[in-house]
Design a protein around this ligand. Structure first.
Ligand SMILES: [Zn+2]
Ligand SMILES: [Zn+2]
Length: 576
């Protein structure tokens, strides 16, 4: 039943009308209709099909038309128009529980508050209690709610959430009552940031699973425990929802709880169009109510005429059309990667020697490893001078004889200086196997300057690619000001690669990966490891690559060492 979904839409219309200052009667009409639909005993979709929407208390022809539109298309043009008309600020503030349209409008207009964090600051400075209709008590109440909202809406970076989910899954997996367990939600889609952690468990005995879980040492607090769902807080302050479902509903539940919401909405309307209904319990025929599939995701997609869609691209970004047309990308896999493009050793700020890094790479099954220490221009880390670089090259040559056929490729993370020049001249750079340029400092100035520094570095014939292109560190620091489209375009035109850095940065972001891919860019994936134990971080780079629809043909890590050096050599020998 979609009754509450429909009612929410109507309430949202009422709120926005009130925010706009519309007449009281219209606002009231939408609120009345929402209330009536919430308390209906029957499915609103059925009532629509019978053509009897207008028989619902408070629903006239105009509201009935909007309900029908929403049920059919999942959109409501009128609501979207309202959302464009009213001040965004006030609409944002209304996300805070207890803050209605009137007070939101007041805060936005009188105090110029644009965001929840500005709301918190205003309340802390006691600027709100002076407003008409407010007082010290309501200011304190608002502050409390706003702080709660802010804490809740802060998202966890994937590199923290995913290991935590895996740890819990591992601790529960061997329990006899657990048939299957898997992280779902945005972790399974490998989104760069996560809200709450979702774990899905197939079991016939939920209480036995919860009994084990609440006693795990990683659990700090049990927030809620019900018949099929248990919510806990871990010692590292992550909220985890564990849902137990029947084993035969594994596929439909996993599909449902993996999302994204937009992907699921599209799937559900596709199901309806084909004479089915789709829920977390399975896919059912509309006419007979008979369940057609529920055990695996693939069966459900197949019933809808689609091939199975990898979770990373379930974002309603064209994947359903591609699955229907048989043109889904064959996303790059971990096994496809033959090496890592960006790692550090004790020659700069790494913890391990070249040899230790190389042996760890061999243990991962790689054919090659790019060792790419910082050049000297990055202060603090004590990077490569020309002398140190040559010493490292000799060490690598000796190791390469010993470790053959494995190859250590001599790279450098080359500092882009303030004026866009580089730490080494072209003659010296020609001696490296891979040159990645990085912007680390002086980025607080204007975006035009950052962009020009990067473009100048990319123009250098000895530079192969751009490291961590936007400078963001997920969960810690935003991207610097940059004309990213000009950078992507220049890299493509010059045949330079863009890096996806898996070490906390998760940079490029996946939406930019997709954009650059569609414009013909090629990419390098890297762990940016500062120790042998960090080579595994390449899985985050891979996650972003897959979210960006990358296939083997877009990623240089699938090449062997010979192909990689051959790719560079023509440029070395004076290609235009
Ligand atoms: Zn760097
Ligand atoms: Zn680095």
């Amino acid at each position: 039943m979609r009754n509450s979904e429909v009612a929410d839409q109507l309430d949202r219309i009422a709120d926005l009308l009130e925010l706009k200052g519309s007449d009281r009667y219209r606002v009231y009409a939408y609120q009345e209709a929402a209330r009536a639909i919430r308390s209906l005993g029957r499915d609103i979709e059925t009532i629509r099909q019978e053509g009897r929407l207008e028989e619902i208390q408070g629903v006239g022809p105009s509201i009935a038309a909007k309900i029908a539109e929403f049920l059919k298309t999942n959109h409501c043009a009128y609501l979207e128009q309202l959302e464009r008309e009213v001040p965004v600020e006030a609409a944002t503030l209304m996300q805070v529980p207890g803050l209605g349209p009137k007070r939101a409008r007041l805060l936005a207009e009188k105090l110029k508050i644009k965001s929840v964090s500005e709301l918190i600051r205003a309340a802390e400075d006691h600027r709100i209690q002076a407003l008409p209709g407010m007082g010290e008590k309501s200011e304190q109440q608002l502050l409390k709610e706003a702080r709660r909202y802010a804490a809740r809406s802060s998202r966890i970076p994937l590199y923290l959430a995913w290991p935590q989910a895996e740890e819990l899954a591992t601790l529960l997996r061997d329990h006899p009552a657990v048939e299957r367990i898997e992280p779902a939600g945005s972790i399974r889609r490998r989104k760069e940031t996560i809200g709450d952690i979702d774990l899905l468990v197939a079991s016939r005995d939920a209480q036995a699973v919860f009994d084990r879980m609440v006693r795990l040492p990683v659990v700090q607090e049990v927030i809620l425990r019900g018949p099929t769902k248990c919510t806990i807080l871990t010692r590292s302050q992550f909220q985890v929802d564990v849902r137990v479902i029947a084993p035969e509903e594994w596929g439909s539940a996993l599909l449902y709880f993996t999302g994204s919401k937009a992907h699921n909405i599209r799937l559900r309307s596709l199901a309806l169009a084909k004479g089915y209904t789709l829920s977390e319990y399975g896919i059912f025929r509309l006419d007979t109510g008979k369940r057609v599939a529920s055990r695996t995701e693939a069966e459900i997609y197949e019933t809808l005429g689609l091939t199975w869609i990898p979770p990373e691209i379930r974002e309603d970004g064209g994947e359903l059309e591609a699955a229907a047309g048989g043109t889904l990308p064959e996303l790059v896999e971990l096994e496809d990667l033959r090496g890592d493009f960006h790692t550090h050793t004790t020659y700069s700020d790494g913890r391990d020697s070249v040899e230790t890094m190389a042996r760890a790479a061999i243990a991962r099954g790689y054919d090659w490893l790019v060792v790419s220490d910082h050049s000297f221009g990055l202060p603090v880390v004590g990077g490569l001078t020309k002398e140190k670089a040559l010493q490292q090259r000799r060490e690598i040559a000796i190791l390469n004889r010993e470790l053959a056929p494995f190859r250590i490729l001599h790279g450098v993370e080359l500092e882009i200086r303030g004026d866009g020049t580089l730490d080494f001249d072209d003659a010296f750079l020609a001696g490296f196997d891979v040159v990645g340029a990085s912007l680390h400092s002086g980025t607080r100035r204007d975006g035009e300057r950052n962009t020009r520094r990067i473009l100048q570095a990319l123009e250098d014939p000895e530079v192969d690619g751009l490291n961590h292109p936007t400078g963001r560190i997920t969960g810690k620091r935003d991207a610097y000001d940059l004309d990213v489209d000009r950078v992507i375009e220049a890299a493509r035109r010059l045949g330079k690669t863009l890096e996806i850095d898996g070490n906390e940065r998760l940079d490029l972001p996946s939406e930019l990966v997709r954009r650059a891919r569609d414009r013909g860019s090629s990419f390098t994936l890297s762990s940016d490891a500062h120790g042998a134990d960090q080579l595994s971080l390449i899985r985050y780079a891979l996650a972003i690559a897959r979210r960006g629809w990358l296939e083997k043909r877009h990623v240089l890590n699938v090449l062997d060492a010979q192909a990689l050096t051959a790719r560079r050599h023509p440029r070395k020998h004076g290609r235009p």
